[in-house]
Design a protein around this ligand. Structure first.
Ligand SMILES: [Zn+2]
Ligand SMILES: [Zn+2]
Length: 254
């Protein structure tokens, strides 16, 4: 399995609009972050988790030549902004792209992108809408994944596991059924939006992540969906030994 972090940034990206760097060292390229997104290649099948506004740039930058399936975690803009572009991507490749979402996320999609539904289905030609269970297993491209939901603002956000790897973004807490599903994983890529600054904003911070690590004991943890208060070098020194920060283009072979 090959994993590429397409984007490691929080909802507003780093730097934010008007070159707002906040606590970031402007000279470190690892502080330049697109919105959170992940590429996963398993047995030559190509998956993307979340499609933020920079998806086109990320796909081109990382020389990714196709997408078979997309898994959407939830309906916030930084995770679904590029969904309409996938119809064009599908027609250029001559095959359908599966778009997997929970019932709740699909409802958000239909509201946000009314022009792709409601009798305008030609706007979403080539996309195959597929339903994620809230909890359990599903099969895409012949490969079985597990999924569960975590609370996040007013949303429930879908998290994913494949074999020894799991991806959890945009979370406040992880319910017991999710913790059960994460037991035994080797690599956890998890949102740590708030870093060292706990805040009740629907996201997580390092202390919350440490509590999850204590419960599930993954071998390696990568923090993603990072805000402009998380400077790469400054934060790296505050992390436990098996925890590191994501950066755009980071590639892992498992
Ligand atoms: Zn987000
Ligand atoms: Zn969100």
């Amino acid at each position: 399995m090959k994993i590429v972090i397409l984007g490691s940034g929080s909802a507003y990206g780093c730097p934010m609009i008007f070159n707002q760097w906040n606590l970031l060292d402007t000279k470190n390229p690892k502080n330049i972050r697109n919105r959170a997104s992940l590429y996963l290649e398993i047995d030559n099948k190509k998956f993307v988790i979340d499609t933020g506004p920079e998806l086109r740039l990320e796909i081109n930058e990382n020389n990714i030549t196709d997408i078979d399936s997309v898994f959407l975690t939830h309906g916030h803009y930084d995770h679904i902004a590029s969904v309409p572009e996938l119809s064009r991507a599908s027609s250029s490749k001559g095959h359908a792209i599966e778009i997997w979402s929970s019932a709740e996320t699909e409802k958000e999609l239909r509201q946000t992108y009314g022009f792709m539904f409601n009798g305008r289905e030609h706007e979403s030609a080539g996309l195959k809408w597929c339903r994620l269970p809230d909890l359990g297993t599903f099969t895409s491209q012949g490969i079985e994944f597990q999924t569960f939901q975590v609370p996040h603002h007013q949303f429930h956000c879908s998290a994913f596991r494949y074999q020894d790897f799991a991806y959890v973004t945009d979370w406040e807490t992880i319910p017991q059924q999710g913790l059960n599903m994460l037991k035994g994983i080797k690599l956890l890529i998890i949102e740590c939006n708030n870093g060292l600054y706990p805040e009740k904003n629907g996201h997580s911070d390092l202390e919350n992540v440490k509590k999850v690590i204590e419960k599930i004991c993954p071998l390696r943890v990568i923090l993603t969906h990072l805000s402009c208060r998380i400077d790469y070098n400054a934060m790296q020194t505050s992390l436990p030994q098996n925890v590191e920060l994501a950066y755009d283009g980071m590639t892992i072979e498992l």
